[in-house]
Structure formats: structure tokens, C-alpha cells
Design a protein. Structure first.
Length: 156
């Protein structure tokens, strides 16, 4: 049992920084460390962990899935808070937008692909390998992400 714990500790030390940078692109700097820890703990505790052949890729996917869960929870909470806060109040929308806010409007998979392509400078084949999807899926999500970013930024 100590070997599994030692292996988990070593993997955490080896990949935590890069996974935190990745998670930052997905959920922002405030939630990124928690997403990484939650994803890694879940991965290490999973019965499937013993059969994992590519731990780094598995951890990237675990972070993506945890980030998607956090974003869904945040969206539900924000919607509830907005309903309560805007009862009887009508305020104009803030017309300013920056790149981070535009990225936040992409799907989690599109943000992941954009981040890995532009910030980590990975090829579509490398991104596909990390996320365990086809290279065509990476190219399609990247094209959709760029198009949506273009549309969002042109609207403002």
C-alpha cells in the first residue's frame, strides 16, 4: 500500500504545476488548485487507476471532467443568485469584455483544446492523445472555439 501512496505523491509532485495551469484556463485561478486536487484524489482512488497505462493523460482528462462539474455547479449557483439579486431591478448589461470572459463562454472541451493548443503549444495530435479524443475532434473543437471567440469579441 505504501508504494501506491508513494507513486501518487510522486505523480502529484511531477504534474501538479502543469495541471494547475491547465485547470486555470478551464475554471480560473481561484478554483484551479482545488480542481486539480479533487481530480487527482478521485483518479488515485478510482478502481480503474490500477489499469491506467498513461497516467499524465488520465490526469488531464480527470481535471477536464472535474472542471466541467465545477462550471456546471457555478452556473447553477450564479443563475440562482442572479434570480434573487434582480428581483424588481433592471440594470443594463456591462458591454465590456476581455479575453478571459470570452474564454469563459466556451464549452469546457473547447477551452481545454484552445488552452493546450495556444498556451501549451501542443499539436492537435498531442492534444488528442492527452484528452483521449480523435485528432479530428480536436480540430473541430478548436475551429468552433475560435469561431465562438471571434463572434463574442465582435459583438462587444
Amino acid at each position: 500500500m505504501m508504494t501506491a501512496v508513494a507513486d501518487a505523491n510522486e505523480l502529484y509532485r511531477r504534474h501538479a504545476d502543469e495541471l494547475t495551469r491547465y485547470a486555470t484556463a478551464l475554471v480560473g485561478p481561484t478554483d484551479a488548485p482545488d480542481v486539480v486536487v479533487d481530480a487527482m484524489m478521485s483518479a488515485f482512488g478510482s478502481p480503474a487507476w490500477a489499469g491506467v497505462q498513461h497516467p499524465r493523460a488520465y490526469l488531464y482528462r480527470a481535471v477536464l471532467h472535474r472542471a466541467q462539474s465545477v462550471r456546471r455547479s457555478d452556473a447553477r449557483r450564479s443563475a440562482r443568485e442572479a434570480r434573487v439579486a434582480t428581483r424588481g431591478v433592471s440594470a443594463p448589461a456591462d458591454p465590456s469584455i476581455d479575453a478571459q470572459r470570452a474564454l469563459a463562454e466556451l464549452s469546457a472541451q473547447q477551452r481545454a483544446v484552445v488552452y493546450l493548443t495556444y498556451w501549451d503549444d501542443l499539436t492537435p495530435a498531442q492534444v488528442a492523445d492527452l484528452l483521449d479524443v480523435s485528432e479530428g475532434t480536436v480540430r473541430k473543437q478548436l475551429a468552433r472555439g475560435r469561431e465562438q471567440l471571434r463572434r463574442i469579441l465582435d459583438e462587444r
